[in-house]
Design a protein around this ligand. Structure first.
Ligand code: FAD
Length: 436
């Protein structure tokens, strides 16, 4: 590559990794020098209608750790990471202007699937020369045996079609870093100025609770270590189906979700590593079941894409006529002070750590909607604020489902919370841990 290779912007939305990163790979392949940009949109930093900041402190810490890790890896290749906050179009325009005329700067970016993110995509498309990639998906939408608008509403049908007709592509090739010459790495001073400082180390920004299920540390490096550990070192993947309803500790489930949500870990890599494990070690119901769950993640992305803004509406994707309300009981739920010990324990874990098991999430969501009669959207917004692994498609998809306005073939999921506690926390260990 000549020393005059032009700049191009790689705008990483939720693909904070170097492995399976087709945006960076293509950018370098097409002869550009990437400048990698991450933008926290203003919306995530401002109070929502319920008074919560979407990007709460747990996910912010995890995001910062992920960006610090990404910056360090990009630095090794002489590539800069810019961290920006604000209006996406304005921020991209500022970077484009600093690099050259906006109309001549190329952009490479990963697609999102929730309505508000897709709306931004349309604006970006109108303003810039952008090439999009489906880097957050396991499947390629063009390979599906149905159009997105005809995505099956029932998960079992969706999964059946994917398993029967779709081949999961291998990860994108590694970028040809050697094509970049080190001399080109300098950025103009004006561009340097735009960048918000990333902390050197995000670990001290929030104290960690030693009861947490897993030592969630953001970034690709930690995500690859967890993948290796869960499959190859401990082989816990071979017992996932039996342990996945657990509540305490790192081993009952994969703990991949936060890494997948920010894209520190590629779903394709997870899929192909499990397939390799099945060939080299053992294939059983548990190894299959992790892929089964990752397909739920995939399903909710297509459902979000298919239904647009309705996923966020009171009547959900079913457009059901519903009347919703919130009162002091929502506050009690949020703080873990309902008096229902299983619900309270789970909410306290969420508040202290940013994580809650799937079993816990189903129960607290059901309790809020079906026992306390509260607006499911307030619960979803609170999850958005607290969860390390928040993503709009999985979060609002699951809340729709439990509230009875989503994909459930039954009319919503009401859990007998006391019965669930007896079944999954028979000795009361979990309740004791978080209510002490
Ligand atoms: P594992 O049990 O090990 O599963 C492996 C992977 O499969 C997960 O990492 C995740 O990517 C995917 N997965 C598993 N279950 C689901 C599911 N029900 N829906 C979608 N994907 C799934 N998950 C999120 O990633 N982000 C969210 O914002 C989110 N909000 C939720 C809200 C509610 C009300 C409920 C009931 C579930 C929600 N989930 C969400 C799904 C699920 O609870 C978490 O993905 C899971 O608990 C994360 O732990 P794990 O990585 O150890 O999962």
């Amino acid at each position: 590559m000549s020393t005059h290779s032009p700049w191009a912007i790689v705008w990483l939305r939720h693909s904070l990794r170097l492995h399976d990163n087709p945006m960076i790979e293509r950018c370098i392949h097409e002869g550009y020098r990437p400048i990698v940009v991450y933008i926290t949109p203003s919306r995530e930093l401002e109070s929502d209608r319920w008074g919560f900041t979407p990007l709460g402190p747990h996910r912010k810490r995890f995001l910062m750790e992920s960006l610090i890790d990404l910056r360090s890896q990009l630095n090794d290749h002489g590539v800069k990471l810019l961290y920006l906050e604000g209006d996406v179009i304005e921020e991209l325009s500022r970077v484009c202007n600093a690099l050259g005329a906006p109309e001549s700067v190329k952009l490479y970016a990963d697609r999102e699937y929730a309505y508000f993110d897709q709306k931004i995509e349309a604006e970006v498309e109108a303003a810039f020369d952008v090439t999009w990639f489906h880097a957050q998906l396991l499947t390629n939408p063009d390979d599906l045996p149905f159009s997105v608008t005809a995505t099956p509403h029932i998960f079992t049908k969706f999964r059946g079609k994917i398993e029967k007709y779709v081949t999961i592509e291998t990860s994108a090739e590694e970028a040809q870093w050697s094509k970049l010459s080190q001399q080109e790495a300098a950025l103009s001073a004006s561009l340097q100025e735009y960048t918000k400082a990333l902390p050197c180390d995000a670990k001290d920004t929030l104290p960690k609770d030693n009861r947490q299920a897993f030592d969630f540390c953001g970034g690709e490096t930690a995500s690859l270590a967890r993948l290796k550990d869960y499959l190859w070192n401990t082989e816990y993947v071979t017992t996932y189906k039996e342990t996945r309803n657990g509540l305490i500790g790192p081993d009952y489930s994969t703990k991949f979700s936060a890494y997948l949500s920010l894209g520190c870990l590629s779903p394709k890599l997870v899929y192909h590593e499990i397939k390799r494990f099945e060939e080299e070690v053992v294939a059983n119901q548990s190894t299959y079941w992790v892929i089964f769950e990752v397909l739920w993640r995939e399903f909710f992305r297509y459902i979000a894409w298919q239904h647009g803004r309705h996923l966020f509406w009171p009547g959900g994707i079913q457009h059901k006529p519903v009347k919703l309300r919130t009162n002091h009981q929502f506050e009690a739920w949020r703080k873990g002070e309902t008096g229902q010990p299983f619900v309270d324990a789970n909410m306290r874990e969420l508040n202290a750590t940013g994580f809650m098991s799937n079993r816990g999430r189903q129960n607290v969501a059901s309790y809020l909607v079906h026992d306390l009669g509260q607006d499911w959207r307030a619960g979803a917004a609170y999850f958005e604020h607290q969860l390390l692994d928040y993503d709009p498609c999985s979060n609002y998809g699951n809340w729709n489902y439990i509230a009875g306005v989503g994909n459930d073939p039954r009319a919503g999921r009401k859990f007998n919370v006391a019965g669930q506690a007896e079944r999954y926390d028979a000795q009361g260990e979990y309740i004791h841990l978080w209510n002490e």
